[in-house]
Design a protein around this ligand. Sequence first.
Ligand SMILES: Nc1ncnc2c1ncn2[C@@H]1O[C@H](COP(=O)(O)OP(=O)(O)OP(=O)(O)O)[C@@H](O)[C@H]1O
Length: 284
Amino acid sequence: MAEVSPHPGVAKPDPILVADGLRRSFGGLTAVDVERLQVQRGTITALIGPNGAGKSTLFNVLTGFDRVDTGSWTFEGGRLNGLAGHQVARRGMVRTFQLTKALTRLTVMENMLLAAPGQSGERLLGSFLRWSWARQEDSNRERAEALLERFRLAHMRDEIAGSLSGGQRKLLEMARALMVRPSMVMLDEPMAGVNPVLVESLLEHISALRDEGTTVLFVEHDMDVIMGISDWIVVLAEGRVIAEGRPEDIRSDQVVIDAYLGAHHDEAGRGSGDEAAEGIEEAR
Ligand SMILES: Nc1ncnc2c1ncn2[C@@H]1O[C@H](COP(=O)(O)OP(=O)(O)OP(=O)(O)O)[C@@H](O)[C@H]1O
């Protein structure tokens, strides 16, 4: 990314995700108003911004879990407008979700298998198709085992997911996302509620994903995590991209500091935005 100049909406040499003119409003409030955003393939890109900046809404829109009012976006050159979440995932762009109540009642292994591609076995009637489905099941199970090993959850495979610690759930969310062999993963606050030891382990997993060629886009509030792991940082405020660049660019960007401090004054006591503002100030 050394050659990319840090300014909002800048074009990247080999973008995997390209968004243009994305707008999403709720009543009179414009939650997302992104003129141009490109995510460079093979990088870890952080999406940051004060509370209410529009990060989750942008994630939801990009991954087919919310609709846009205007705009278009492509992934690997293919348009994603109008596709549902599972269709977006099939194209290779997956996001993590907090495990829902229903999923916490299933075992760790069941969670993994449910995230696998081609969960359509019941609909297949012919014996050849049944045979091929059984083979698919075997290969899904093998992949699930390998991922559980990798994320050090193999010993928990038959435990109910609800019995996992907060950090282990984050690992399971990440492992689940990888069942579809995505080319890009989007992680929504992967470190939230995770103890420091597991934060280290999660960071290593995220770096390893990038090193294997997977593009990572993540939303996070912890400035140490953001500055430590990101190749590139995109800053949202009031729905707009107000800055983007390498960690060293963002750390000293007065527009970013002002946006966080503005949120700090507007929303005194709301937590993460304030901490982030302090984090940026400390990092200067
Ligand atoms: N479904 C909705 N209906 C109405 N307003 C919404 C909805 N979803 C989000 N908003 C509003 O859109 C704005 C952006 O919210 P969003 O959750 O995307 O921000 P965020 O950057 O993810 O915030 P945080 O860091 O606090 O999670 C906020 O003002 C929020 O109140």
